[in-house]
Ligand binder design. Structure first.
Ligand code: ARG
Length: 460
């Protein structure tokens, strides 16, 4: 492509380090879409003839069909997807192909292709996340009143409902979708027409190409447009944040599937056996979702390091922007699909959850609150009295509500029969009716609102 100035071809290693075709062939759809929009605009502006534009468009359509059918042969000397498409076009239609690159550079071309690709990736991710949210909603609705221990420091803290716990993840995914949406809105400006870095002297119509490619508007500074990769960084940050959420849920599934917890049984489809220990059912998919979060965060770090300190405008370092984005996207798509499958099919062992909630003195706060509300104690004093009650229960090996009224009154005479109602895990969760609290009524209300926001009935 630049043969005019060079006497010798590149060294083999130069070719190898320079080539991006092994990975950037994933941009073929976007590259061809960008070229179609560009040549249509060139013809409308009378920069190329209508006949040449028609021949080029026809050739591009044939190349698209070839890629669809299995690809175009790769040649490392042709470096990247842009040159592969252009070279193939020349094979198909002859020298007219050379008119396509008028008023364009690979710098604005790749910036445009990559934005189009990330935009599609965001749309696909959003769809996947909506599916995960529907799965969480369905299971949360089923378990709006199922009691489990809530933890802080992984110590039984207060009883909560499983529906409330699952809806916590619904909220996280809701914010993740918002982050992708924000990134999409900000990146939806078209770099095409920025040319190499300075713009072009040809009378191009940037509004037209922006519109044809579904962008809101053209970018406003050609130097910025060819060297900006914020859109990819924002995408990667949204992906990394989302993967951390999936990883936390995955970790809970790993923990809950372990024998001491026994809160869930993963379905056969989402567990693996061991080749040596016949009793094993390993939560491999959950472990890999947890593991993939590390790799996705690594992709974000990789591109941040690539971009740090690059002078304006384009530098070849920026060709390294694509592998981390492609990797993160593939890893995240798999993680979302696996998590959705696990949420849909897991069996929640609500009997074990309830027993654990009852065993951990998790209604101690309810006793303290009762002493404040019904017996008029200051909270600090109530906390102290409750501590003595827990100590006795522990020594006797009993649950709080298994202590006799005499035993309780020996600790504080202001306690009466009514306290037992406050000590059950069901009355504990039912009492937490504050906005966003764990009471089944609150959880059901949030589920109803959530169904309306994602616009899909769970049983649809
Ligand atoms: N393959 C290149 C990339 O992905 C295309 C842009 C090449 N531009 C250049 N000035 N060499 O970054």
């Amino acid at each position: 492509m630049w043969g005019g100035r060079f006497a010798e071809g590149p060294a083999a290693v130069m070719r190898a380090i320079n080539a991006s075709i092994p990975f950037d062939k994933r941009l073929w759809r976007q590259d061809i879409a960008g070229s179609r929009a560009h040549v249509a605009m060139l013809a409308d502006q009378a920069i190329v003839s209508q006949a040449d534009a028609a021949a080029i468009t026809d050739g591009l359509n044939r190349i698209a069909a070839e890629y669809e059918a299995g690809g175009v042969p790769e040649d490392m000397a042709l470096e990247d997807i842009h040159m592969h498409v252009e070279a193939r076009l020349a094979e198909l239609i002859g020298p007219t192909a050379g008119r396509l690159h008028t008023a364009r550079s690979r710098n604005d071309q790749v910036a445009t292709d990559f934005r189009l690709w990330v935009r599609d990736a965001i749309d696909a991710t959003d769809e996947g996340l909506a599916g995960l949210q529907r799965a969480l909603l369905a299971r949360a609705e089923e378990h709006a009143a199922s009691v489990m221990p809530g933890f802080t420091h992984l110590q039984a803290a207060q009883p909560v409902t499983l529906g409330h716990h699952l809806m916590a993840y619904f909220e996280m995914i809701h914010r993740d979708r918002g982050r992708f949406e924000d990134a999409r809105a900000r990146m939806n400006e078209c770099p095409l027409g920025s040319a190499a870095l300075a713009g072009t002297g040809f009378p191009i119509d940037r509004e037209a190409t922006a519109e044809a490619l579904g962008f809101d508007r053209p970018t406003d500074n050609s130097l910025d447009a060819v060297s900006d990769r914020d859109f990819a960084l924002e995408y990667l940050f949204a992906a990394a944040a989302c993967s951390l959420h999936l990883s936390r849920l995955a970790e809970e599934f790993v923990l809950w599937a372990s024998q001491p917890f026994g809160f869930v049984a993963l379905s056969d489809a989402w567990s693996t056996g061991s080749s040596i220990m016949p009793q094993k059912r390993n939560p491999d998919a959950a472990e890999l979702v947890r593991g993939h979060a590390g790799r996705i965060s690594g992709c974000l770090s990789a591109l941040m390091m690539t971009m740090k300190g690059l002078p304006l405008a384009y530098s070849k370092d920026m060709q390294d922007d694509k592998p981390p984005v492609f990797d993160a996207h593939d890893l995240l798509a798999l993680s979302i699909a696996a998590m959705t499958g696990m949420v849909e099919s897991v069996t929640f062992r609500t009997d074990r959850m309830r027993a654990a909630a009852e065993a951990g003195f998790s209604t101690a706060t309810d006793l303290a609150d009762w002493l404040v509300r019904e017996a008029g104690l200051p909270f600090r004093e109530a906390h102290h009295v409750t501590g003595a009650v827990v100590k006795l229960a522990e020594a006797e090996g009993k649950a709080l509500d298994a202590l006799t009224l005499d035993q309780l009154r020996a600790i504080d005479g202001r306690i009466d029969q009514r306290v037992y109602a406050a000590l059950s895990v069901d009355s504990s969760v039912a009492s937490r009716k504050s906005h966003g609290g764990t009471a089944p009524d609150q959880v059901r209300q949030r589920i109803a609102e959530a169904k309306a926001t994602i616009g899909t009935e769970t049983d649809a």
